[in-house]
Design a binder for this molecule. Structure first.
Ligand code: C5P
Length: 234
């Protein structure tokens, strides 16, 4: 399975995003990048097309969650943007996940990778029990959602690097893990609570690591990106 470092382009505007991408020397590597809600809602599909035209692979992180028919139709639109990876909330149920896959599949049979979000890492055990009224412990809930995603034909889940090995054990080695919460040794964890280094993430079975600030806020982001790739891919 492909393994790679994905840079989270958490910038508010097209200009700031392109200024960041322009730091990567022309004709050299084109990092896999993640476009999230902030940039997408600010700039719309045109920024996705523009970044794609520059030769980057794109994870469009919009976390869809709606009735199956709506998600199917929205996924067909996203697939037409020629992105490489998209995601949804597994909480939308297996019916929604299967509909999403149908919508994503292009007439020639190709489609972007489809990844599920299980429980957001911002949801703690107390909110799970008292607000969402889920009595099953967090770890079991996450694994059960991951198994639903695998059974629905999805390609993988977003999870913490600490959960990646367990997800592989329960859902199969071919089920891919996309993991934020990665920091260089001795780096600033910021608001991430449980972190791993790129090297530890690789050892724990992560297929794609998503790194934002350790690369985007570094005075030399190209060097930071290359360090992440070399530590992760070995
Ligand atoms: O800057 P940092 O490396 O923390 O960025 C991580 C990226 O991964 C951000 O875009 C963040 O929204 C995303 N993410 C996360 N934790 C999750 C899901 C997504 O940090 N559970």
């Amino acid at each position: 399975m492909a393994k790679d470092v994905i840079i989270a382009l958490d910038f508010p505007t097209r200009e700031e995003t392109l200024r960041f991408l322009d730091r990567f020397p022309a004709g050299e590597e084109k990092p896999f990048v993640k476009i999230g809600m902030e940039l997408y809602y600010a700039e719309g599909p045109s920024v996705v097309r523009e970044i794609k035209a520059r030769g980057h692979r794109i994870f469009l992180d919009l976390k869809l969650h709606d009735i199956p028919n709506t998600v199917k139709r929205a996924m067909a639109v996203l697939s037409g943007l020629d992105v490489d990876m998209v995601n949804l909330h597994a909480a939308g149920t297996s019916a929604m996940m299967r509909a999403a896959l149908e919508g994503l599949t292009r007439p020639d049979g190709t489609r972007p990778l489809l990844i599920a979000v299980t429980q957001l890492t911002s949801t703690d055990a107390e909110a799970l029990k008292n607000e969402l009224l889920i009595d099953t412990p967090m770890a079991e809930t996450v694994l059960s959602y991951a198994r639903n995603a695998a059974a629905s034909g999805l390609d993988g889940v977003v999870c913490s690097p600490l959960e990646a090995a367990l997800v592989k054990e329960r859902c199969g080695a071919g089920f891919c893990t996309v993991t934020p919460g990665v920091r260089f040794a001795g780096g600033d964890a910021g608001d991430q609570k449980r972190v791993m280094t790129p090297e530890q993430a690789a050892k724990n079975g992560c297929d794609y690591i998503v790194m934002g600030r350790p690369i985007t806020k570094d005075p030399d982001p190209v060097e930071a990106y290359r360090r992440a790739v070399s530590e992760f891919l070995g």
